[in-house]
Design a protein around this ligand. Sequence first.
Ligand code: ADP
Length: 259
Amino acid sequence: AEAQLRQVQKMEAVGQLTGGIAHDFNNMLAVVVGGIDLARRRLDGPRREVMAHLTNAMEGATRAAALTRRLLSFARSEPLLPERLDASILLAGMNELLDRTLGERIKVTTKLAEDAWPVFVDPHQLENAILNLAVNARDAMDGTGKLTIRTHNRKLQANAVGDIRAGEYLVIQVKDTGCGMTAEVRERAFEPFFTTKAVGKGTGLGLSQIFGFAHQSGGEVGIESEVGKGTTVSIYLPRTEAQASNVRTHPAMQAKAEE
Ligand code: ADP
């Protein structure tokens, strides 16, 4: 069912491609062509002016490249290499990257459980998910703000969050003190290519990728948000049994152990 859902999401994404992304991409190309054209016409003019036009063109090209990169990785659905890991340790290792991404005006606080239940996920996907959430939080916070990243263990009943199955989960929460989402935005936030950001700023793929990641991992993702107060995104990942998952993924080793 999860694979199907992802397939449906992808088809929807492809359907919206022509309308949304191609449009954004064309706008970026227009910036590139316009900048080069202006620079050509002003070649005899002041050097600073020529440079400014060329810089504009380069920025347009850089944004277009970033857009196609994200699109490609979405379409390709990179192979998953899940492994047993401690999410608290992975997140602790991201501190520096997060500080750099969020800049000085946003204070990052982490509250990481020391006894976090192990999970079985692709570490790159998890890092990408957290980075995407951090960037969203930054975009939602004007001036100063606070970003809090927490992990904790939780036992959940079936459907306590979305379609979650009853069981034990490691919860990763990314909370910001930003602008929050209206009910409409909250409703559509997981749709591929849904974005409220300016042309070239958002692709609308971040949350849909996180949705896919959480579901593929047997978990869920939930959003709590209040306009003017802030947003909390929670990723729920099922607890994995240390031995069991290692043995399952390495049948060869299992055979050896039994000898
Ligand atoms: P993108 O960030 O490229 O727009 P996402 O899928 O990550 O794509 O997010 C979709 C939309 O959800 C955003 O355009 C924004 O309107 C809203 N959103 C996401 N995260 C937050 C947040 N932390 N605070 C407020 N709104 C958010």
